[in-house]
Design a protein around this ligand. Structure first.
Ligand code: ATP
Ligand code: MG
Length: 728
């Protein structure tokens, strides 16, 4: 046995690492060394106890956490042989299925169905069973099926237990869905665990072999296990009972995926005779950060309860910034990052957000400020498929001869232009030595079959119309028009979580365009706005290729579990974001949001920055925001609060917004008195079109359509909201 290994541990950690046979649970708060216990125990088993590394299985939840665990184990084992498995639950299950799947009549080369595949199979299953989407939202059906699978309930049992109109139909769709998956030789994510459990339970000879092969099983983040995972663990650990589970009930954040806190809260019930250990010393954070996190999570009822202490010292107070709006918040974060850079490496800083759409404001701001960043576990905002589609549209509107973009949107959303038609079009363009748009524009399209011809003509007219709109409308209005005319947003369903995320991204793209337009209104550059916006987008996207130091991490709270950073930013602490709308009214869900907040805070070693915005743009329009009630649970003496200097100016300017263009009024140093509304005959000035006179007003407030005769640009119709007009 190597003494240096155990010297790195405190007494409780050492007891857990050197635990003899039988199950044990290490239940402890954030940063107390739970993951350290797992990695050291693996190393200790191999180095001190001579356990065959091939007989050790260590599992956790995310790929990132698994990667980190593997690195730590490798470092501790140095030249010793490594365990055969350190990875995620799903990867382990998949490994079993690839080896023994034939026992479950799985084809050798079965595919793993992604979200997209699953959705289309579900839609077909519903159609086959005559279950209408109107009264059975596919999203709740998918959730019902997933929940059943996580409970290890198959279609037969589901059907047997289903009584009543709704459940009986769900049961039919479930059965059909499973059959269609099989037909497609595919399994979904939930199936992986279900099938692995079935393999162990229904095939004793394989079960025995596998169980004998696993002498020691170690599980990190046990609080996030669902029923299927619990069964898998129980089955594998059965005869020896050599299970080491570590977890923290205050960090359970996967309830929405069927995780069950009861698994950890009632560990001794599931694994009789288990030793339960606690670790109470936190090695990660300052006492200020720890006290704040403890105070917040103490409001939860569903917990065993524990206190953490540290001798790391008080450290600095937690910064709380009250921002005027989301842009102001991003600016503050970038400024603070600039200051922290003097003390910490960028890679040691993280911005953690609740929803994916929130990353956009930061990506733009970091670009402006020259701060390299990496988006962990996600796709950069401007590289998400729906955003790339919209960018492709804009590029085509600027220049329809952009073949690459044109081909991307030609049949997106689907408008009856099939693969053959596209191929013919491309061929024809090539033969004429031109681009696809020429083939469309110059025609003739007579040689296409009537349906394709109609579709192509309609597309050509659409692009022509939108190009005309592009020359008349400001960018945000153009995007509205584009969405309306193409029906693009109709591709996504409100009943589907992933689709909702896409719709939020589209709204966020509208906000970006609005923001950019307003900023340019003061810039005075007279390069065309659409081109400038597309250039901006292209440059932000290119940030990835920057050389030099590794960037700061930008990621969701969910993917930050288990990680640690010297400085952490938690923006968007507002009602509706954290706690998220989805949690509304349900106490268990609010508790989960509180755990997310706890997870976020406890990622920080030294500096924690919180922020909340007074208003936030949703789809380009400002919405008032309320500070998160969770924020009130942080003891005030731990906070250092600063306010945006423009917080109140914006309040005043807001009243004016209804009459004049939004950002224009908000930024004006001396706002116009609210009494003056634009009238017919009034002289106005537009930031890019210059001076003119109002000819006509239609409608009310923000949506007023204003026809103006500009001295230079001639007659134009604008929408008040976007026009940023100034009365002269
Ligand atoms: P989380 O709940 O966030 O997953 P955790 O309980 O798994 O946290 P670890 O990540 O294992 O905690 O440890 C937190 C930090 O404290 C790490 O940087 C780790 O190296 C350090 N640490 C843990 N135990 C000790 C120790 N005995 N001596 C020195 N440092 C320690
Ligand atoms: Mg951990």
């Amino acid at each position: 046995m190597s003494p240096d290994l155990l010297a790195d541990l405190n007494d409780e950690q050492r007891a857990a690492v050197t635990h003899g046979d039988g199950p044990q649970l290490v239940l402890a708060g954030a940063g107390s060394g739970k993951t350290r216990v797992i990695t050291y125990r693996v190393a200790w088993l191999v180095r001190a106890r001579g356990v065959d590394p091939g007989a050790i299985v260590a599992v956790t939840f995310t790929n990132k956490a698994a990667g980190e665990m593997r690195d730590r184990v490798e470092r501790l084992l140095a030249t010793w042989p490594l365990p055969t498995f350190v990875g995620t639950f799903h990867r382990y299950a998949l490994k079993l299925l690839r080896r023994y799947g034939d026992r479950l009549e799985l084809p050798r080369d079965f595919a793993i169905l992604d979200g997209e595949d699953q959705r289309s199979i579900l839609t077909r299953a519903m159609a086959d069973e005559g279950v209408p989407e109107a009264s059975f939202p596919p999203r709740s059906l998918a959730a019902a099926i997933s929940t059943a699978k996580n409970q290890l309930i198959g279609p037969e049992r589901y059907a047997a237990e289903a009584h009543g109109y709704y459940p009986e139909r769900v049961a039919r769709v479930f059965r059909r869905y499973q059959a269609l998956c099989r037909q497609a030789a595919g399994i979904d994510f939930d199936d992986m665990l279900v099938l692995a459990v079935r393999l162990l339970v229904e095939h004793p000879e394989i079960g025995d072999r596998l169980r004998r092969g696993v002498e020691h099983l170690l599980v990190d983040e046990f609080q996030d296990t669902n029923h299927a995972q619990l069964r898998l663990v129980a089955e594998l650990a059965a005869p020896s009972g050599n299970l080491t589970a570590v977890g923290d009930e205050d960090q359970g954040i996967y309830r929405w995926r069927g995780a069950d806190l009861a698994n950890i809260l009632d560990f001794e019930g599931h694994f009789p005779g288990a030793t339960v250990r606690k670790l109470e010393r936190n090695y990660r954070s300052t006492s200020t950060i720890l006290d704040a996190a403890n105070a917040v999570v103490a409001h939860n009822r569903l917990r065993r309860g524990k206190r953490l202490w540290t001798d790391a010292g008080r450290g600095e107070r937690i910064a709380l910034y009250r921002a005027a709006d989301d842009q102001d918040e991003a600016r503050w974060v970038a400024e603070s990052v600039g200051r922290l850079r003097a003390r910490f490496a960028l890679a040691d800083l993280a911005v953690l957000v609740r929803t994916n759409a929130q990353t956009r404001a930061f990506e733009d701001e970091f670009f402006r400020a020259g701060i390299p960043y990496s988006l962990v576990g996600g796709v950069r905002f401007y590289e998400r498929a729906e955003i790339k589609d919209l960018i492709a549209y804009l590029r085509v509107l600027r220049n329809p001869r952009d073949d690459f973009s044109l081909l991307r949107i030609l049949n997106q959303p689907p408008r009856g232009i099939g693969k053959t038609t596209v191929a013919q079009l491309v061929e024809r363009a090539a033969a004429a030595g031109g681009v696809v748009w020429d083939a469309l524009e110059l025609g003739p399209l007579d040689s296409f079959p009537p349906r394709a011809r109609t579709a192509l003509t309609a597309f050509r007219d659409l692009v022509r119309d939108l190009r005309r709109a592009a020359s008349e409308l400001p960018l945000p209005a153009l995007l509205d028009e584009l969405l309306a005319r193409t029906g693009y947003a109709g591709l996504f369903r409100r009943e589907d979580d992933e689709d909702l995320g896409r719709l939020e991204n589209i709204q966020e793209f509208l906000s970006a365009a609005q923001e950019f337009t307003e900023a340019r209104a003061f810039g005075g550059d007279d390069e065309d706005l659409l081109t400038a916006f597309l250039d901006h987008v292209a440059l932000v996207t290119d940030l990835d290729r920057w050389d030099g130091e590794r960037g700061l991490s930008l990621m969701t709270l969910h993917s930050a579990k288990g990680l640690e950073f010297s400085g952490v930013f938690l923006p968007g602490l507002e009602e509706g974001l954290l706690p998220h709308f989805n949690a509304h009214g349900r106490p268990e869900d609010v508790e989960e949001e509180r755990r997310l907040f706890y997870v976020g805070m406890t990622r920080a070693r030294e500096r924690l920055h919180l922020s909340t915005a007074r208003r936030r743009r949703i789809a380009g329009r400002y919405q008032d925001q309320l500070a998160s009630p969770l924020l009130a649970e942080v003891p005030e003496e731990l906070l250092e609060i600063t306010e945006s200097p423009t917080l109140y100016r914006d309040e005043r300017a807001r009243a004016i917004d209804q009459y004049f263009g939004r950002g224009r009024a908000a930024e004006a140093p001396e706002p116009e008195p609210a009494g003056r509304r634009p009238k017919r005959g009034a002289r106005v000035r537009h930031p890019t079109l210059g001076p003119g006179v109002i000819l006509e007003l239609e409608g009310e407030g923000d949506d007023t359509k204003i026809t103006i005769f500009f001295d230079r640009a001639g007659k134009k119709k604008l929408i008040a909201r976007y026009a940023a007009l100034e009365l002269v």
